[in-house]
Design a protein around this ligand. Sequence first.
Ligand code: COS
Length: 379
Amino acid sequence: MLLTDEQRMIQSMVREFSRKVLRESAMERDKTKAFPKDNLKKMAGLGLLGMTVPDQYGGAGADAVSYALALMEIAYSCASTAVIMSVHNSIVCETLNYFGNEEQKNHFLKKMAQGKMIGAFALTEPHAGSDPVDQLTTAVCDADTYVINGNKRFITSGKNAGLIIVTAKTDESQGHRGISAFLVPQGTPGLQVGKEEDKMGLRASDTVDLTFNNCRVPKENLLGKEGEGFKIAMKALDSGRIGIAAQSVGVAQAALDESINYSKHRVQFGRPISKFQNTRFVLAEMATQIEAAKQLMLSAALMKDQGLSFSRQASMAKLFASEMVNQITAKAVQIHGGYGFIKEYTVERLYRDARVFTIYEGTSEIQKIVISSHLLKDR
Ligand code: COS
């Protein structure tokens, strides 16, 4: 796909920032698990935390293609920062912009688009991951409040977020149509941030349990209509999945670049390993896979920009790109030989960071369910 001048300009601006500011410190963040607060502030200054939010709400008003390219560039240097950016932009800001009323947008979205608040989305529960309809969290209307009770699990940015979109059952008898979504500001009495997971990768992004114990939010914090929560989550995930595809492509590109560089300098049997046909063929295959994933990601983003239904394409991009990056980072470790297994080498982190991409925001198996349902519906 050919990019417009503006899309190319945004990509190169983000690339410069990402490689100058995020890249070198990524390894340190991986060790210390330090949340990248200062970097997020800098990203907010560049308009990266409200990228697709209209400018009337303080956003950059960028298109989905530019946003995907920007996210890919951030992921190239730091996948932890990229997932925070992705959940904040694709899942929270966009959802608030689409389903929120004027008051909610003026109150929350403006702050979020300027990076004064980071967003989180609380759908998953201890026993309800792929099947969110089975969630147990409830919200009961009481006078002019909703009282939320339940437990959410694996919530990205749940500790550092200022606003959390929470799904809860408002009518048990209605199945998916009995789920609603609520805006819950951090610090609301009854909301407790629980244990932070000690993860294999994406270590600078916090992943926590959230407990709601008679947590009251005003009625005005209902997002959309009562019973619309499942639809809101599914729509949010469609956009989120383009984000995970972009994150996958960025990490894969970093793994390829590290491999090219290493293969040119690593001498075995009297010559750089890049002179061996096997290395060259592996690099060629890696580059081809990355390009294919990138084009799928861009086509999903373009369909979104054109107002077309893009759910199937987003799932295809997420499925292909997340599986691809796991293969690419494994190949990158193999090219690095024993050094690829050592933490001093970037590919070791990339390999770990990529592992969750086929799992979160819908496993590969869930993507196949979404894609096949569309295929069977379309005929
Ligand atoms: N956008 C808007 N609405 C959607 C939608 C979408 N992409 N996909 C489904 N819906 C709506 C349907 O229109 C339907 O609504 P109505 O009954 O009112 O018409 C409703 O949602 C149920 O749809 P469907 O029957 O297809 O849902 P299923 O329960 O069969 O399956 C899957 C849905 C499995 C695809 C869904 O549960 C899913 O994506 N699971 C994975 C969740 C996930 O990614 N978890 C990780 C969380 S990270 S935040």
